[in-house]
Design a protein around this ligand. Structure first.
Ligand code: FAD
Ligand code: SF4
Ligand code: SF4
Length: 477
């Protein structure tokens, strides 16, 4: 009888790809996890118990067919595994690297709940598509026939790119407008290389360009071209501009040199990784080298800032967060990685002000967790009389992001936004109240995740295709 290739979780332990030692990874911006060797990927995929009701799949925003591609990987049928994986996910190798799997697919894997350690879904997903690229299975986009309709997409982040991919495969004429000089949005200029190496993103941009997607880069909509002009040029427009306004705090000392926004710091660092000349970095302003760095915040952006500071050669790196470790929004995996690399976390602390001009320290107040608030989360309260000064030469604010005021910036008072400034759009199709105008990703959800932006982009593109089809059928009648 043939050997049963699956259900090996009883005898085989969970094993993530090898992590580079902290001393080595502190010195560069390369990804910290190695690729699985072929045999290891097969072995880890074979741990899956092929659940009849796969909770991993229902908790993946893209509803990836995880059990099937795990089985095919375990059987060595990698090209088929790739075909199934890419059928629901535009960028599987990117999600495999940076999805917070502990909160999504892997966090809901049943064998974890039976005490055996979750199947390493993300690492296998990454392995399948990295192999597909190496083997030449990732083919250029070649629509069967060209269509006359065109779609303008504002924003070349994962939401915009995923929509472009789906539309272009069906022959739609697609132009993406972005104010940056490279496509990718936060994949390119937010998320650091140690989580997502830049050539992984650039090869996807090239694939889209080679498939006929037109990129209008260095094009700030609202300045270089008006929103009205884009609407006039295309049958449909997708707004995928993300959220970029940094949340600020009001406190004594805000505004002195040495206080920087996380997004500026990360963008400068990512640009340096591309080999660009970055004046703000070269002048030392956005360079942590030799400095005592304090990062304020407890989300993924803060984690990326502390770990970038370490790699830039900071003298010390501390992270202040007003709740405790168990109640932070950032991924626990990233906190553990940061600690291994030498970051010090000061839990239950909040900034009260800043001393020095330029900054020499942060006035810190100690906090404790009080009664749960309306959301059920314990609210942090100040412990009176326990303040102290944390020395710092560079303070990086990573307090979250809000949408820019698009109706004002674009002179489009009719653009439907809610009271937080995010665009009001149908959650499935992305359609707004403006005819032919759609919106996807962070500009609809608020700061979210890459995988959700991909899902929105794909769903919106499908809705636009349906609309084009029904319009052309009506025209033919
Ligand atoms: P974006 O990726 O923000 O792209 C928007 C694009 O629109 C940008 O290229 C911008 O230049 C362009 N744009 C904006 N306004 C205009 C305009 N007026 N004219 C022309 N172009 C414009 N998510 C994860 O899943 N895992 C992670 O590990 C993770 N880490 C993160 C780390 C950081 C530092 C940050 C900030 C976010 C992180 N996220 C992570 C969140 C994730 O990056 C976003 O949810 C995702 O990129 C949103 O995609 P998007 O397409 O909506 O927008
Ligand atoms: Fe898990 Fe993200 Fe892949 Fe879905 S896309 S299977 S959530 S890693
Ligand atoms: Fe396999 Fe876990 Fe998904 Fe079940 S929940 S199908 S064991 S990966």
């Amino acid at each position: 009888m043939a050997e049963q290739p699956m259900l090996k979780f009883v005898n085989i332990d969970r094993d993530m790809p090898e992590k580079r030692p902290p001393d080595l990874r502190r010195t560069d911006f390369k990804e910290i996890y190695a690729e699985y060797a072929d045999a290891k990927a097969k072995e880890q995929a074979s741990r899956c118990s092929q659940c009849g009701v796969p909770y991993c799949q229902s908790h993946c925003p893209l509803h990836n067919n995880i059990p099937d591609w795990l089985r095919l990987t375990a059987e060595g049928r990698l090209q088929e595994a790739y075909e199934i994986s890419q059928a629901t996910n535009t960028f599987p190798e990117i999600c495999g690297r940076i999805c917070p799997q502990d909160r999504l697919c892997e966090g809901n894997c049943v064998i974890e709940q039976s005490g055996h350690g979750t199947v390493t879904i993300g690492s296998v997903e990454k392995y399948i598509t990295d192999t597909a690229w190496e083997e030449g299975w990732v083919l250029p986009i070649k629509p069967r026939e060209e269509r006359t309709e065109s779609v303008g997409i504002i924003g070349a982040g994962p939401g915009g790119l995923a929509a472009a991919d789906v539309l272009r495969r069906q022959g739609v004429q697609v132009t993406i407008y972005d104010r940056y000089d490279r496509a990718g949005g936060l994949l390119t200029y937010g998320i650091p290389g140690f989580k997502l190496e830049k050539d992984v993103v650039m090869r996807r941009n090239e694939q889209l360009e080679q498939g006929g997607v037109k990129f209008e880069l260095n094009c700030n909509v609202g300045e270089d071209i008006s929103f009205a002009d884009i609407r006039a040029k295309h049958e449909a427009v997708i707004i995928a501009t993300g959220v970029y306004k940094s949340r600020e705090i009001q406190a004594p000392g805000v505004g002195v040199p040495g206080l920087e926004r996380a997004i500026d710091f990360l963008k400068a660092s990512n640009r340096k990784s591309f080999g660009d000349t970055v004046e703000e970095f070269d002048s030392g302003r956005l360079n942590a080298e030799g400095k005592r760095v304090v990062v304020i915040g407890g989300g993924d952006t803060a984690m990326d800032c502390v770990r970038t500071s370490i790699r830039q050669g900071a003298e010390s790196v501390k992270c202040l967060y007003r709740r405790d470790r168990a109640n932070m929004p950032g991924s626990q995996r990233e906190v553990a990685n940061a600690e291994e690399e030498g970051v010090q976390f000061e839990w239950l602390t909040a900034p009260k002000g800043f001393v020095g001009d330029p900054v020499t320290g942060v006035m810190v107040q100690k906090m404790r967790l009080g009664a749960p608030d309306a959301t059920g989360r314990q609210a942090p309260e100040v412990i009176e009389g326990a303040d102290y000064v944390e020395d710092a030469d560079l303070v990086i604010m990573a307090l979250g992001f809000e949408p820019e005021d698009l109706p004002t910036l674009w002179g489009e008072a009719d653009l439907p936004v809610n009271r937080w400034g995010t665009i009001k759009a149908d959650y499935v199709t992305g359609a707004t109240e403006l005819d032919g105008v759609y919106a996807v990703g962070d500009i609809v959800r608020g700061a979210s995740l890459v995988v959700w932006a991909i899902k929105d982009g794909r769903d919106c593109a499908e809705a636009i295709l349906e609309r084009f089809d029904s319009e052309s059928m009506m025209a033919a009648e």
